[in-house]
Write a protein that binds this ligand. Structure first.
Ligand code: S3P
Length: 184
């Protein structure tokens, strides 16, 4: 039987994409980034999808991309920050893998996103954080979703960790979770 997938959930700027890449390499698994898959499947950048189709249609594309990524079992999947919003996504992740939440304080998130924007990292522009007071917007949106991030099997607080340390924490967590399921 294939091992369970590993899904990284959490708000923007918590390091999901970077950590998924490193974790996939460490485990010898493929890794998928749901945002990148949406861009590949639609041929449109994420801000363009939000502008042309609105958030509801973006969420449908996100669910489709998540289902595609989940099929590559075993796979490490970096989800988008809002992927936890739809019941169907949460059910798929819980059924087929371990759900690991990456956490960070709003101030950390704001600093990381600002750095990504300065470096013109692809997907650095988050339409839902496009506000005059980006910190307040991140704080409010994150707070509304916190009960969904809290459903994860494990949570890693990333503020003081580099990506390699987060990867090590996730591997430790998954080993522990597997032992709890199969205590031999
Ligand atoms: C979103 C987060 C983004 C991207 C889109 C919507 C959200 O992904 O999916 O802009 O609703 O929080 P990241 O979490 O990779 O920034």
């Amino acid at each position: 039987m294939n091992p369970r997938n590993i899904y990284l959930i959490g708000f923007s700027g918590t390091g999901k994409s970077t950590v998924a890449r490193l974790l996939g390499a460490e485990l010898g698994w493929s890794n998928w980034d749901v945002d990148q898959l949406i861009v590949a499947q639609s041929g449109m950048a994420i801000p363009a999808i939000f502008a042309a189709e609105g958030e509801a249609d973006f969420r449908l594309r996100e669910s489709l991309a998540l289902r595609t990524a989940a099929e590559a079992q075993p796979v490490v999947v970096a989800t988008g920050g809002g992927a936890v919003l739809r019941d169907e996504n949460r059910a798929l992740m819980a059924e087929t893998g371990w759900v690991i939440a990456l956490e960070a304080r709003p101030e950390t998130i704001q600093q990381r996103i600002a750095a990504q924007l300065r470096q013109a990292t692809p997907d650095a522009v988050r339409p839902l954080l496009d506000a005059d007071d980006q910190l307040e917007q991140a704080r409010a949106l994150k707070q509304r979703r916190q009960h969904l991030y809290a459903l994860a099997d494990w949570t890693v607080h990333t503020d003081r960790l580099n990506a390699e340390q987060v990867v090590a924490e996730i591997i430790r967590a998954v080993e522990l979770l597997e032992k709890l399921v199969d205590p031999q």
